[in-house]
Design a protein around this ligand. Structure first.
Ligand SMILES: Cc1ncc(COP(=O)(O)O)c(C=O)c1O
Ligand SMILES: N[C@@H](CCOP(=O)(O)O)C(=O)O
Length: 511
């Protein structure tokens, strides 16, 4: 919707008012810090209270969002759907059993022009004003506009770095390759972005409907469970995690244990855990925290908005994302689409979903023109967090890929481990899932689908340190069937200068 001159003027004035509010809030926060430490004498003088007292963005009371059936989104109806629900309802599926989607009142958002939103979002980067220091909540009006700042549970997630992978790009003959480090986050994966939103809404629900939400639960391959347990622990909310026994890394397993969740190690795979959690959450007041719950995607979509913001609102040509349960690829699409629909950018990037060959139901569907999707039995993969054969968000992923002229690629175990290790040699420290995305990038580049100057973003979804065991195995050349082309095993040396010098000169003859 185009704004008339007088409306633009109003929006500009509002933006300035808000900027003043944010900056005033920031300086007040700074001024209050010493007193907050002595909060016994000065109760309430903290950044949450400061947010409570701050006037909302003028006109923001008109902003709102609702659940609508995902089918309505597929049909292009969005918030105009006749079936819709308040976000205060506890439900995960529409009347027809299909998924739900959070839809925003785009006309209300469009009352503020693109320049207004850019200025607002840019002005919040790096602030400590509650809750805008979070990369997710800095876009609060586009996430959960009606949620009170008092209810937000945040660890100032998001704002992850997007860096120019100059040397790795050069190896692939590319000049404009970037890596978005979504794994550089509180619990070491992108899941924090969605979990802050879900747990914040739960925090509200527990105040208005205490009997309806007694605990929050999820099935997990290790990252959702880590994020859920951390955010629940921060808010004092009980959490329960269903983990496939012996199928997640030690670092992932210890996270919910440390955060006090009830950890159930179940003798099945992720798909089995996912079925169980759906039954359990349907039967008792345990709130479902998997990305089947569309609240999660409202947080995850902010990573896409953040990428555009980091490129000064320029659109990259390609964004490559590893896919498992397939919520994230749709979340990225939603973020990009919202920016386009509200005029912040003029096009969408092409999306690539990268799957492990051992768990590739979307890749198989893509090969068949998305006809007759069939779940698969996911086999063991080093990319264990995407060892998923029956993705809940398959329909969401297909929509995202169709709308962006997207591509699906796959990577064998050797390809994904090699790709992660090769990129590590240029200074990264990749998890195997990022290895899947890097392998997809390499293949698309070699086939000439991605051109030398295409601006390309690889989304790194978890921190490599969560998967140290598999990286050690690779570098020790211990993995059966994998040569380890980029392995760099440590050299055992006796305690003698001669032996040390020999070892150095073997590697660097000119020393
Ligand atoms: C590290 C990591 N990468 C990628 C994914 C895939 O995300 P999605 O399930 O939304 O496709 C997951 C979880 O599934 C994950 O934990
Ligand atoms: N990789 C995920 C799998 C579950 O995905 P979700 O996004 O639907 O919660 C995990 O870490 O559990």
């Amino acid at each position: 919707m185009q704004l008339g001159f007088s409306q633009r003027l109003v929006a500009g004035t509002q933006a300035e008012a808000l900027q003043r509010g944010v900056h005033a809030g920031r300086s007040r926060v700074a001024a209050l810090r010493p007193r907050a430490a002595a909060s016994v004498e000065a109760p309430g003088t903290n950044i949450r209270e400061d947010a409570h007292n701050r006037a909302d963005l003028p006109g923001s009371d008109a902003l709102n969002a609702r659940y609508v059936p995902f089918k309505a989104v597929q049909e292009g109806k969005g918030i105009a759907s006749s079936e819709q629900y308040s976000l205060d309802e506890v439900l995960y599926r529409a009347n027809d059993g299909g998924l739900l989607d959070v839809q925003h009142d785009m006309d209300a958002l469009a009352r503020f022009d693109a320049a207004y939103w850019k200025k607002l979002f840019d002005g919040r980067v790096g602030t400590t004003a509650w809750p805008y220091g979070s990369g997710v909540w800095s876009k609060k009006e586009w996430v959960l506009p009606e949620l009170s700042s008092d209810d937000i549970v945040s660890m100032f997630e998001g704002n992850s770095n997007l860096f120019w992978a100059e040397r790795f790009g050069r190896e692939l003959g590319m000049s404009d390759l970037w890596v978005k480090q979504c794994g550089n986050s509180h619990t070491g994966s992108f899941k924090d972005l969605g979990m802050t939103v879900l747990v914040s809404q739960v925090n509200r629900l527990r105040k208005i409907k205490p009997e309806a939400v007694q605990a929050v639960g999820c099935a997990s391959t290790g990252d959702t469970s880590a994020a859920l347990s951390a955010y629940c622990a921060a808010a004092g909310i009980p959490s329960i995690v269903f983990l496939p026994a012996d199928k997640i890394s030690l670092a992932q397993l210890v996270q919910p244990i440390a955060n006090g969740a009830l950890v159930l190690s179940i003798d099945t795979d992720f798909d089995g855990c996912m079925k169980l959690i759906q039954e359990v959450t349907a039967a008792c007041p345990i709130y479902l925290a998997n990305s089947m719950n569309s609240l999660r995607l409202e947080g995850q979509k902010t990573a896409a908005i953040e990428i555009l913001q980091q490129f000064d609102w320029q659109v990259p040509d390609w964004v490559i994302i590893p896919g498992g349960n397939l919520g994230n690829i749709y979340a990225f699409y939603k973020g990009f689409k919202m920016c386009k629909d509200l005029g912040l950018v003029d096009r969408l990037p092409r999306l690539v979903c990268a799957q492990a060959q051992n768990a590739n139901p979307l890749y198989q569907a893509y090969q068949a023109g998305y006809e007759n999707f069939k779940p698969v039995k996911a086999r063991t993969t080093f990319a264990s967090a995407i060892q998923i054969g029956d993705p809940v968000s398959i329909d969401r992923a297909v929509l995202a890929l169709r709308e962006t002229d997207g591509i699906v690629e796959e990577a064998s175990e050797e390809e994904l481990m090699d790709a992660a290790a090769r990129a590590d040699l240029t200074g990264m420290f990749n998890c195997p899932h990022t290895g899947v995305a890097l392998s997809a990038l390499t293949k698309l580049r070699e086939r000439g689908v991605i051109s030398p100057s295409d601006r390309t973003v690889v989304v790194s979804t978890a921190h490599g340190l969560k998967f140290a065991q598999s990286k050690v195995a690779y570098h020790s050349k211990e993995i059966e069937g994998i040569v380890g082309r980029y392995a760099n095993p440590p050299v055992a040396v006796k305690e003698s200068v001669g032996a040390v010098m020999d070892a150095i000169r073997t590697k660097f003859p000119s020393v």
